[in-house]
Design a protein around this ligand. Structure first.
Ligand code: SF4
Ligand code: SF4
Length: 190
């Protein structure tokens, strides 16, 4: 998809800052459930370094995906997905920044300058009820301003809970649906 393309999003039309320019990394790193394509494996329809082999009929999960590299023209060249070995994306209506690492580069998000930038983004996001989360497949690492917390594998019934500690600083843990409900009812963020 070329830069300058206007795409439809749940929040209305949006003009992409950049194009994929031959990148196909999300077709490896991310899952595409309608195609039974798991995380971390190349999609059988991907034409490497070119694009989607079924572009016209690709499923909505692919059609509607635009990584953060395409959206934010201010990101430095180091964040090009093929250079970083990381696919950045937003979800939770923009509240969560996801950093999915290429499984061939499992420590990509822990290398510099990426780790420092992810922590800096977490410092900005957390006070506004945002999150920054790194992934290696289904393994989840919550990024905090001064460190990360490994939450292990997340199931469908697991949620990320991040709290501001009374003495200052932040912590994160995995909670189940029942705990998440109780935390929501108590007015705490999960
Ligand atoms: S990771 Fe981003 S730039 Fe690369 S193919 Fe996917 S949407 Fe395009
Ligand atoms: S269908 Fe196309 S866009 Fe979707 S994962 Fe496969 S190659 Fe990528």
């Amino acid at each position: 998809m070329p830069g300058g393309t206007t795409v439809q999003t749940p929040n209305g039309p949006f003009t992409l800052a950049r194009g994929c320019d031959g990148c196909t990394l999300c077709c490896k790193v991310l899952a595409a459930p309608p195609l039974d394509k798991p995380m971390g494996q190349w999609c059988v329809h991907c034409v490497r370094d070119t694009g989607c082999g079924i572009h016209a009929t690709r499923p909505p999960v692919c059609r509607n995906f635009h990584c953060y590299w395409l959206i934010d023209g201010a990101l430095g060249e180091e964040w090009r997905p093929g250079t970083a070995h990381i696919v950045l994306s937003l979800d939770l209506d923009g509240r969560r920044l996801n950093a999915n690492a290429d499984p061939d580069y499992p420590d990509a998000w822990r290398r510099e300058p990426y780790y420092a930038q992810l922590k800096a983004w977490a410092a900005q996001a957390l006070p506004q009820n945002g999150q920054v989360v790194a992934y290696l497949g289904n393994e989840v690492f919550v990024i905090l301003p001064d460190r990360h917390v490994a939450l292990g594998l997340m199931g469908d019934d697991d949620y990320i809970f991040i709290e501001h500690l009374p003495g200052g600083g932040w912590d994160a843990r995995k909670v189940n649906a029942k705990e998440a409900d109780a935390l929501r009812q108590a007015g705490r963020v999960s």
